[in-house]
Design a protein around this ligand. Structure first.
Ligand code: PRP
Ligand code: URA
Length: 211
């Protein structure tokens, strides 16, 4: 992992403080949702650091001013359900981003991802894409989601998650050797049910109160 230049572990204290609250089993639905949204916002601030800008001129009340705007259009691709909790926070920071949705759930026996929805913007290939899911566990869901996005021509893709397992990172690396991955934590391992240990539990259930 230390030798993977495209794995970005975001250790900012504000991110880590919020992640710790989210991990706490005593954090309820409302507070959990709030933490996930805030963490995603903080993380995307780092993820977009290398996005290009162009100069623009605006008139302030006092005079002309050379400013900047993003030179790229952005597509967020949250994996349903849990990715929605992160996308919502990011949209507060980048409201002009468009959103493509991928519906995937893990078969509880095989742990393989099952696709039930796919709605990506038609011009996604001309945009920078962030594929979003709080949990990179076996890696099946995020790797499959990136496949869908790459298959329709997108080339500039980054992965954003909250908690990753070493096993999941290895799967994404097998399938997408140089894809940038941004995570707030790399945890110990997966348990026998494919959950990240210590992780934060079932992210979708905790976000939507369905446990
Ligand atoms: C969770 C999570 C990821 C997936 C991660 O979703 O949000 O999408 O599991 O696991 P993986 O890396 O092993 O594929 P889940 O399947 O529980 O669906 P949900 O969000 O609808 O609850
Ligand atoms: N999905 C989750 O929500 N949590 C895990 O730990 C693994 C998969």
């Amino acid at each position: 992992m230390a030798s993977d230049p495209n794995l970005h572990l975001l250790t900012h204290p504000l991110i880590q403080q919020r992640l710790t609250i989210a991990r706490d089993r005593n954090t309820g639905v409302e507070a959990f949702r709030r933490q996930v949204s805030l963490i995603a916002r903080l993380m995307v601030y780092e993820l977009t650091r290398d996005y290009p800008t162009v100069d623009v001129e605006v008139q302030t009340p006092v005079g002309a001013c050379r400013g900047k705007k993003l030179a790229v259009n952005l597509t967020l691709v949250p994996i349903l359900r849990a990715g929605l909790g992160m996308a919502e926070g990011i949209l507060e920071l980048i409201p002009e981003a468009r959103v493509g949705h991928l519906g995937l759930y893990r078969n509880e026996q095989t742990l393989e991802p099952v696709t039930y929805y796919n709605k990506l913007p038609p011009d996604i290939a001309e945009t920078d894409v962030i594929v979003i899911d709080p949990m990179l566990a076996t890696g099946g869901s995020l790797s499959t989601a990136v496949d869908y996005v790459a298959r329709v021509g997108a080339r500039r893709i980054k992965i954003l998650c909250l908690v990753a397992s070493p096993e999941g990172i290895a799967v994404v690396r097998r399938d997408h050797p140089t894809m940038p991955i941004y995570t707030a934590a790399v945890d110990e391992c997966l348990n026998e049910r494919g959950y990240i240990v210590p992780g934060l539990g079932d992210a979708g259930d905790r976000l939507f109160g369905t446990a």
